[in-house]
Ligand binder design. Sequence first.
Ligand code: HEM
Length: 441
Amino acid sequence: MTSLTRPRPRLTSIPGIGYLEAARFVGAQIPPILAAGLREDRRITRASEAPAHVPRTLFDPTHPDAVASPHADYRMLRAQGVAVNEKLNVWMLSRYDHVSDAVRHPDIFSSAKGIFLRSVDVPNLITRDRPDHTRLRSVMTPHFHPKRLGDLADDIRQLADPAISRLAQGETVDFTRDLAIPLPISVIAQMLGVPTADWATFRGWSDHLANVFGPEDLASAVSFWADVFSSMVGLEAMVRREVARRTSEPTEDLFTAIEQAVAAGQLDRFEVFLYVMILIVAGNETTSNLLGMVADRLAADPELLERLRADRTLVPAFVEEMLRWGSPIQWVSRVTNEPYLVGETEIPAGSRVVLFLASANRDPERFQNPDRVDITRRNAGMLGFGAGPHFCLGAHLARLEVVTVVDHLLDNVSSLRAAGPVVWGTTPSLRGPTSVPVRLR
Ligand code: HEM
């Protein structure tokens, strides 16, 4: 049985309740710039108006069963080609060629109304189209270039060191809690230039902000939006303070890069907070998820561990294959600016279209035996980091973090074994474990 045939067990979607209403409901203070953007857009073209020949699906990628185990559903979607879900009011593309074409045509497939199921108009990098997107992206591109990141491997090792040493003492530990979750946020805190004394508070805010990827209904919103919004208020104050300080005390960090971009008129001061927020949110749970999946796989496959130990040049290929196989971001969405033809089917202008990156990455038309982890596979074109102008800004950083951790593990650990059941996350659109108990020696 797939999630298509199961009723939604616990969460009740309440159509018409948007983020803004949820925030008011919990009495949250919302930064004004966000309040302007968190309105629902009710002008999305009705998917129910699709011609009768277009297959209908009940697949809901936010359904807890789909989040837990999506691949049987993706197979069915790929067989359908193009499908609509009338209840969610979305079109769905799941084949490699369709998804890849869509993300590479940003003038037709717009990100400006939000990249998940609800329409939002929050002006940050990931939800802007050209020309604003190009301007915003150019602020950070040089700072995430492999050359610029070159020196960071040592910092990453140092940040990972205490956890790996503890792990290497042979205790049973939770790889996710002790390393995969704290590492990415520490790395971004260091790159931004967050004062060390504020790291713990910064990490707390980041954990709450990760919930913006969370379930999209009021029932669950009530429990977390209060935390999310109060974290935004705290973070906004810190960002304002730190960026202002860089005016007289510039350094090499990203807060300085942001201050200089504001001074040069490249970045509006109202855009600063959302810029920092997207750096935190986009690179946090995603990288933790990949690290967790990597540890889970190494614990399950001792031969693989030995193979990597024998030939370290295989580590990057292993990480790339885990990105394809695991797809930490499972899907994104776009809204069409104009009608778009997929085969014989025309998707009308103004339609929300869900693009299943994870399904594209397991499309047998593109990758042979796609459900197998094969570190010798040619992975060019895999969509784990997306493609086109919104291709992950932090791709090199994420690769560097995961490769460095695997290398560091191989240096310090002779064996890695599963030490309990792996618990998988429940955040719709993301995929990865929240607990990977392991024993290392
Ligand atoms: C394994 C870890 C990661 C995965 C799987 C991942 C995946 C992705 C994907 C699929 C997109 C494209 C979204 C779209 O097309 O709408 C994206 C965009 C983005 N990612 Fe990552 N990401 C990861 C790590 C990071 C890190 C470490 C950062 C660093 C700060 C980061 C920052 C961003 C930003 C800022 C964007 C928006 C880029 C734009 O719109 O131009 N990501 N990421």
